[in-house]
Ligand binder design. Sequence first.
Ligand SMILES: [Zn+2]
Length: 347
Amino acid sequence: MDIDMLFLKECLARLLRTPSPTGYPREVMVVVEGILRELGITAGSPRKGGLLVRLPGYGRPLLATAHLDTLGGMVREIHSDGTLSFVRVGTYMMQSVEGENCTILTRKGPRFSGTIFTTEPSVHIYDEPAKLERKPANYRVLLDERVHKAEETQALGIQVGDFIALDPRTVFLPNGFVKSRHLDDKAGAACLLAVLQALKGETMHRAVSFYFTIYEEVGHGAAAGIPADVEEILSVDIGLVGQGQTSAETAVTICAKDAASPYDYDLTETLVRTAEARGIPYRLDVFPHYGSDADAALNAGHDLRAGLIGPGVFATHFYERTHEEGLQATARLLAALLLEGEGSSAT
Ligand SMILES: [Zn+2]
């Protein structure tokens, strides 16, 4: 099964340039619905949002999931000098957004550009700015507007509770590297879309659902909305590249255990066997501080066998990097599982 990498990268670029901090899904859902429509696929939506695609097939029903929501922020306070404080949406180090461009998505409609700084952003002014504690209270958004008072910021239509989207700074390099914020998990979502495109007209050996969730970063993405007949869930989310990890940006990671739980033994074995049979570059890895939509589903009480695969990504929840070969390996493994996989338990 060939994956159309041009299509996958186009999908990834479209997803990455669409802001979708957790809790603000409307734009990215329109983008994904549009891509699905171009593929001739109609999606349903669980009550709490997200998109669910059900494909006909026989065999044990499997649900593949990726999340469309990303890290971001929300305006918490408008200060007397017109700057903003914010709370984090999702989990990240404050240092990872220091100096980052951002967009305030006002509930009234207009958008405003800004930059995230500490309260001591210049070495020419402050005595020891490097020693300032990197906690949320010491960060501000400086708006790129002529505002110097709270009332002037409010007059723009900015209010407490507005979402803040981080600039993804997406770069596709000619040698295959992809750098961007929010590869977690728009890389996974793009893989799902590329597999949906590749499967057109194929006879599936599994009854398959694709679930694009919108609350993964806050822990309850796939906790609801899973069709009752589904027996296996496969999260397609980032692999972790870094010290002590086996994952690589040029391979698909099959996760054996994350912070919450080991993944299903047989499903994990099926994934390994499938990758080996197809010559797909893969790594088995363990993720020490990590949870997934599969965990959310299990924690919510769903009776499922769970697995996790994804492209290796460096510097996760920071300015992330992966490689086209890792994206391709992930999409190939998912497609192979759906076309050839006999399910995890012997019958
Ligand atoms: Zn993720």
